[in-house]
Design a protein around this ligand. Sequence first.
Ligand SMILES: [Zn+2]
Length: 330
Amino acid sequence: MALSMALSRAPLSRWSFRLSPLKPAPFFTFSRYSSSIQLQPNCKISSSASLPTEESMASPLQFEAPNGKKLNWKPLCLYYTQGKCTKMDDPVHVDRFNHSCSLELESNGLGLKNFRAQKFDYFLVLDLEGKVEILEFPVLLFDAKTMNVVDLFHRFVMPTKMSDQRINEYIEGKYGKIGIDGVWHDTAIAFDDVIQQFEAWLAKHHLWRKEQDGLLKDAAFVTCGNWDLKTKVPQQCVVARMKLPPYFMEWINLKDIYLNFYKRRAPGMISMMRELQIPLLGSHHVGIDDTRNIARVMQRMLLDGALLQLTARRTAGSPNNVQFLFENRI
Ligand SMILES: [Zn+2]
C-alpha cells in the first residue's frame, strides 16, 4: 500500500481540546488488508475450518514512522492469537502473518530517563468488541519492567442469546468488510468457556489469587474508557447467567491517566495516538488490533513517566456501585 493512499484514509475527525501547544501530527493508518482487497467486495475468506486463502491477504508492509524509524508491519494471524494456527511450518504463511505478540518500542527519544517504578508488575490490556453481546475478548499481558507484551489471550466470542441469522448478520456487518468473518465463525466459543480459559491463562501466569479473594495478583486491567469493565462484562455475565468474577472489580482507565498526566483530554484511543504521534496499526475496531494500539499508547506513557494507578473500583458489598478514584476524569 502506498503511504499516500494510507494518508488519504486518515479517519480522524474528533479532536480534543488542547492545553498544550502540540501541533497536529501527520497521522496514518495501516489496515489489516491491502487497499486492493478492500476494493473487491466479493473477496471473502472461506468460513470453512481451513485457513483463509493466502492470496486474499495483505503482504507485509514497511513504512517510516514520523520519527524516521522504519517499521515492518504485517497482520496478526488470528488463529495464532487464539492458539489455533496449524500453519507455523508453512514459510509462506509465516512470512505473511505476524506470529508474535511483542511490540516495537514506542520511543519518545528519551529512552528510560523519565520512567517511574510502577505499583503493578503486569498490566492486562483489554479492549472488548461487540455492542449487543461481546464478540471478541482480547487481553495483552504487558510486563511493566521489560516494557513489552509477554503473552496474549484472544478469543472470538459466540453470542448467547441471538439466533443464527442474527449472528450471521452481526458478524458480516462487523468483521465481513475486513475479511475476518471466516476466522470468527471458525473459532468463536461461548462466553463462559472464554472465561474458563481466561482463568486458566491467568493461573498459568500466576496473576490470580484464586483461593484467596479472587482478585488479580501484581496486575491490573488497563482499558480505554470505563465501558468494558463497568458496563459490558457485567451485562454479558447476566446474559450468560454467570456471577461477575472478582478480578473484574477494579481497573485502570488509560484515558483518565492520560488526562491527569499530560493535562490534556483525549476522548479515545485514536486521539491519544494522534497526539502522541503513534501510527495506528491494524484495523480499528478489531479488538486484538485495538488492544495492541492501546498497549503502544500505554508503553509510550510509561516511557514519558506516567504512573499507572487504579482509576475505578466496584464497592465491596454493592458491586453495582463503581467508585472513581481520580478527581479529574474524562
Ligand atoms: Zn498462522
